[in-house]
Design a protein around this ligand. Structure first.
Ligand SMILES: Cc1cc2nc3c(=O)[nH]c(=O)nc-3n(C[C@H](O)[C@H](O)[C@H](O)COP(=O)(O)OP(=O)(O)OC[C@H]3O[C@@H](n4cnc5c(N)ncnc54)[C@H](O)[C@@H]3O)c2cc1C
Length: 442
């Protein structure tokens, strides 16, 4: 009987592992099943572009079925696992509970936004990790502009046009830069808002933004954004969030209707239901072969796993797409090795580069120790992401979006109703009480 390999999660790590296994194993040797809750992979580095309206949301995702040839794709939510009996449990998209038996299991369930017990945070802040959140943010900006245009007082207009991003990592910085750019691009169509202008504030707990890059690059990024009118609150944390304000540790209360939370990630809660050893931070304990401690046929990769970082072996690898993809390639080889093919390899990858795109043709980058800033860094960042996006069709879509945005500006329609159609023919029953529905319709 063919080997049963199950991959949990179809993001950067899970999709790469499945594609590699398709290449490494002859079709009859193994049956590879990938379980994911949606039928696409989100290319997160381009999420700020989708939130800022430079990229069409469908163009920053990769349909899994387009990329997988021989893998059996199951859409549903993983609910748990029992390593003793080698079973995983899932609920299918149409609500059925299923269990699947494996010979080799690869866990690649990624991460979710890490929130803190701050009063009002869960109720009033938006996350910035999923495509739904990015589109909600774009819609929020357009809604606040529409409301501000007819707001009865300047005070209310001011709160509506103030946007606060919490977290100065690359996601936060790229997110607020795109958001500010987007608002600046469309505000001309709102005469009252244009007179008022928008206010963007970035709140960061540490003394500088973007700890991922060298201090001079982070200073360059900060200066560039300051020049555009962005305000920074460094060494500052959040005390409270409400529907119309955010309170900071400095005592400052900022009136706003939009708070975005991007301060770090944690593994998906289901990771704790898999019966696997976890580190203090909740990631799955894995060794440098990506093998889970005490479970020779279970592997963990990506944000959900604590695979030692080859650059600092005492620490887990950072939660980045570049580490996830390289771990996936290693795990595919090691799973094949467990089936008697090829050699077992350790994870050796060291960060090659970091890009932070600030829009308006400006970015900072650090590639193999070479520092880039301004237009060359921006060009490098776009070229890199273009090269990493799977499929020529997907790459062509990105280039088209970027070019159209450059020539014609961004679209200001707020399509929050998409996917929520109104109920069909409300009130038909009452109308037709005295006759047939057909009578009522004529
Ligand atoms: C805005 C933003 C920008 C970023 N930019 C960069 C960048 O420029 N460079 C970089 O290297 N990294 C970047 N990252 C980090 C990068 O996105 C992650 O490190 C990467 O996605 C991790 O890959 P993964 O496969 O472990 O997880 P993911 O890509 O998140 O994939 C996990 C998959 O598992 C699925 N899943 C989760 N729970 C379940 C469940 N219970 N059942 C079924 N399926 C489930 C998810 O839907 C998802 O498809 C960015 C992140 C964000 C949020």
């Amino acid at each position: 009987m063919a080997y049963r390999i199950i991959i949990l999660g179809g993001g950067f790590a899970g999709l790469t592992a499945a594609r590699r296994l398709e290449r490494l194993l002859p079709p009859a040797a193994a049956r590879v099943t990938l379980i994911n809750d949606v039928n696409f992979m989100l290319y997160t580095p381009l999420l700020p572009g989708a939130a800022g309206g430079t990229l069409e949301p469908r163009h920053v995702v990769v349909p899994l079925r387009e990329e997988l040839d021989a893998t059996d794709l199951r859409i549903g939510t993983v609910t748990g696992a029992d390593p003793a009996t080698r079973r995983v449990f899932m609920r299918t998209a149409d609500g059925r509970d299923e269990e699947h038996v494996y010979d080799q299991l690869v866990v690649a369930l990624g991460s979710t936004s890490r929130t803190l017990p701050i009063p009002g945070l869960r109720e009033h802040a938006l996350g910035f990790k999923t495509i739904a959140e990015a589109i909600a943010l774009r819609n929020r900006v357009l809604q606040t502009l529409e409301h501000a245009e007819s707001a009865p007082s300047d005070e209310e207009r001011h709160a509506l046009l103030t946007y606060v991003m919490v977290g100065g990592g690359y996601a936060g910085l790229e997110g607020i830069a795109e958001l500010q750019d987007f608002a600046a691009d469309v505000i001309d169509k709102y005469p009252r808002c244009r007179l008022h202008g928008v206010r963007c504030i970035l709140v960061e707990a540490k003394d500088r933004v973007m700890q991922e890059v060298a201090p001079d690059l982070s200073a360059f990024a900060q200066d560039e954004l300051r020049r555009r009118g962005m305000e920074f609150r460094l060494n500052t944390t959040v005390e409270r969030v409400s529907a119309d304000s955010i309170e900071l540790s400095t005592g400052e209360v900022v009136p706003t209707r939009t708070v975005v939370w991007t301060t770090g990630v944690m593994p998906h809660p289901v990771v704790a239901q898999l019966g696997l050893p976890l580190t203090e931070s909740g990631r799955i304990e894995a060794d440098r072969y990506c093998q889970v401690a005490g479970h020779p046929n279970v592997w963990a990769i990506g944000d959900a796993a604590a695979v030692p970082d080859p650059a600092h072996p005492e620490r887990p690898s950072p939660p980045t797409a570049q580490h996830s993809v390289r771990q996936a390639k290693i795990v595919a080889r090691n799973v094949a090795n467990a089936m008697g093919r090829g050699h077992k390899r350790p994870f050796r990858y060291r960060t090659l580069g970091v890009f932070v795109d600030m829009g308006r043709h400006q970015a900072v980058a650090d590639t193999l120790g070479i520092k880039w800033r301004g237009f060359p860094a921006w060009f490098l960042a776009r070229t890199y992401h273009l090269s990493q996006m799977p499929g020529a069709g997907r790459r062509a879509r990105l280039v088209t979006d970027w070019t159209v945005g450059l020539l014609f500006g961004r679209d200001a329609s707020e399509l929050g109703q998409l996917g929520h159609p109104p109920e069909l023919a409300t009130g038909l029953e009452e109308q037709s009480a005295g006759g047939t529905p057909a009578d009522a319709a004529t």
